[in-house]
Write a protein that binds this ligand. Structure first.
Ligand SMILES: [Zn+2]
Length: 564
């Protein structure tokens, strides 16, 4: 007995050391020179993804110095009007990559390299990978300036740590950065779902109760859930979800929950701890959260159950978290929540089921009415083709299938994990300028990027809904914004242009001075273009040409001789 205990302890020690080796925690240099205050934490629920890093406040301004947190080398730089905007990746010898996004500019040698690649590729948008020898950096070296580029809506630093080998995003809050947090999480509501044996929620069978704060405690309204005897058929169970937020010192921003555990008496039913997320799985946030509650109310529920197909690695075990309760029974449940600094909150509640008969097995999802997660689908006519790969759907999803006159596929209110392949035949194979439009959730129309192949328009779609062919014959319109082209513009460092495009979307944008290509930035949030005037053009009359092509090959041009 003693031996067994001893070896258990030793085994525990060895395990602990292994974990410590896998996740090295050196003392990193801060990425900013100001105190680190969070406006968003790791794993927050966002549209179609988890937040894969943390957002540091930058005092509402751009241009703060960003520092490499450790020795290493620049492994990748990407510039884009969308997503991360201007972003720099640094690989460190300990197997961690640090990522700094939404930058306004890069520093010194890094900036020169970016510009030379832009000129070489004649494209303002670049995505370049570097070798360890190209651009070495030291701990604390200034690498870039903070900004608001890409899909950032206010100046901040989006900062990530990744496992260099697997590229999984890691939670920066467990890596020893100085981010004070003395605030406990706030719990807002609990929702109950009737689910089948696969973790699929049964339509129309969910109930939510608000949580009230009484002093420092959280109390579920009414104390808990009371279910009718016939609530669940023999093959149906109960799943629960918690909606709550966390906040950090020095900020009011609503951040996400880190660790959530559902207990039945003292036994763990289901738990999650958001430490690492693979980019391949990030879109499964649509399965993890209550998609409808998120889209309608911005409520961020964390389900304490999952479908059998959900591959996220944030859960503590293989169980689906489904609760069985017999008529006449009562369970004593609680949600326990903890942040990375051990600030805790919990809510206790009962789950009762009234006495009575259990309805016999039910088959709610029939293959005639629903698409299933583990199946692939393909439908073709002479004019239309649509197909989906396995694991496109998170749960059985209403078919809404129509393949004549109107072309529709799936319930437009439901999310999907993988893109559909859609093809529509052109009436006249010689006609040009067509793209496929999908009318999706709440009637919103989305343009799909077209490829024309043998008289067919081919696209992929991350939306379910109704598909139609739309013609786009209007080129993007470019007009001067901050200058008068008929006057001298000597005082200007940057020229800006309004760019408007209503059809298929902007594919390319370029600027030429006297026929020579120059980088021009597209600010997708405000639909404008920014051209930094090169110093060698100052005081000269130049021919300036700015052009943009949409996805239907319409080219819009603004061209004039102007004085700088
Ligand atoms: Zn962010």
């Amino acid at each position: 007995m003693m031996n067994a205990l001893l070896s258990l302890c030793l085994f525990g020690l060895i395990q602990f050391q292994l974990v410590a080796q896998v996740l090295p925690k050196p003392s990193y240099h801060s990425p900013l020179a100001i105190p680190l205050r969070l406006s968003a934490n790791f794993g927050e629920i966002r549209p179609n993804h988890f937040h894969m890093g943390v957002d540091f406040k930058t005092n509402g301004i751009e241009g703060l110095s960003l520092f490499s947190i450790e020795d290493g080398y620049v492994s990748r730089i990407k510039t884009s009007p969308y997503g991360y905007g201007k972003v720099i990746y640094i690989n460190h010898p300990n197997g961690i990559t640090s990522v700094y996004a939404h930058c306004s500019s890069f520093e010194g040698k890094i900036d020169s390299l970016v510009r030379s690649v832009q000129f070489q590729q004649e494209s303002s948008e670049i995505d370049v990978y570097f070798t360890p020898e190209d651009l070495k950096v030291t701990k604390g070296q200034r690498i870039a300036r903070s900004g608001n580029t890409g899909s950032s809506t206010a100046p901040h630093l989006h900062f990530e740590l990744r496992d260099t080998k697997t590229e999984e995003a890691l939670n920066p809050l467990v890596f020893g950065f100085d981010i004070p947090d003395h605030k406990t999480p706030t719990l807002n509501s609990v929702k109950l779902y009737v689910v089948d044996e696969n973790g699929y929620t049964i339509p129309g069978k969910s109930y939510s109760l608000p949580i009230n704060q009484v002093g420092k405690s959280f109390v579920l309204s009414g104390g808990g859930f009371t279910l009718e005897a016939d609530c669940c058929a023999l093959n149906e169970f109960v799943g629960l979800a918690l909606n709550g937020i966390d906040t950090y010192d020095g900020a009011q921003n609503h951040c996400g929950l880190y660790e959530t555990t559902l207990l039945n008496a003292q036994n763990v039913v289901f738990g999650q701890q958001i430490d690492r997320i693979s980019f391949d799985d990030s879109r499964y946030v649509n399965s993890h959260t209550d998609y409808e509650e998120y889209k309608t109310h911005k409520y961020k529920y964390h389900k304490a159950f999952r479908t059998k197909h959900n591959p996220l690695t944030i859960y503590n075990g293989k169980d689906l978290g489904l609760l069985g309760i017999m008529p006449g029974d009562s369970l004593s449940l609680s949600f326990q929540v903890k942040d990375t600094k051990e600030n805790k909150a919990n809510v206790q509640f009962f789950l009762r089921r009234k006495k009575g008969e259990i309805p016999s097995k039910k088959q709610v999802f029939t293959s005639s009415d629903y698409f299933f997660p583990d199946s692939s689908y393909s439908f073709s006519t002479e004019l239309f083709h649509i197909s989906s790969e396995p694991f496109t759907f998170y749960i059985p999803t209403k078919k809404n299938l129509s393949l004549a006159r109107v072309y529709s596929f799936g319930d437009p209110q439901s999310p999907i994990q993988r893109p559909l392949s859609v093809k529509m035949k052109l009436n006249d194979p010689k006609s040009t300028n067509y793209y496929i439009q999908v009318t999706t959730r709440n009637g919103v129309k989305e343009a799909l990027k077209p490829t024309v192949i043998n008289g067919w328009i081919e696209s992929t779609s991350l939306y379910l809904g109704t598909f139609s062919l739309v013609q786009d014959t209007q080129a993007p319109r470019i007009t001067p914004l901050n200058f008068n082209p008929t006057q001298s513009n000597q005082s200007k460092k940057t020229l800006s242009f309004r760019i408007s495009e209503n059809g298929s979307g902007i594919k390319y944008y370029n600027a030429y001075v006297d026929g020579r290509w120059l980088p021009i930035e597209y600010e997708s949030k405000g639909d404008y273009l920014l051209l930094d005037i090169p110093s060698e053009c100052k005081g000269k009359r130049i021919n300036l040409r700015v052009e943009s092509t949409d996805y239907c090959s319409n080219i819009g041009v603004w061209e004039m001789i102007i004085e700088l």
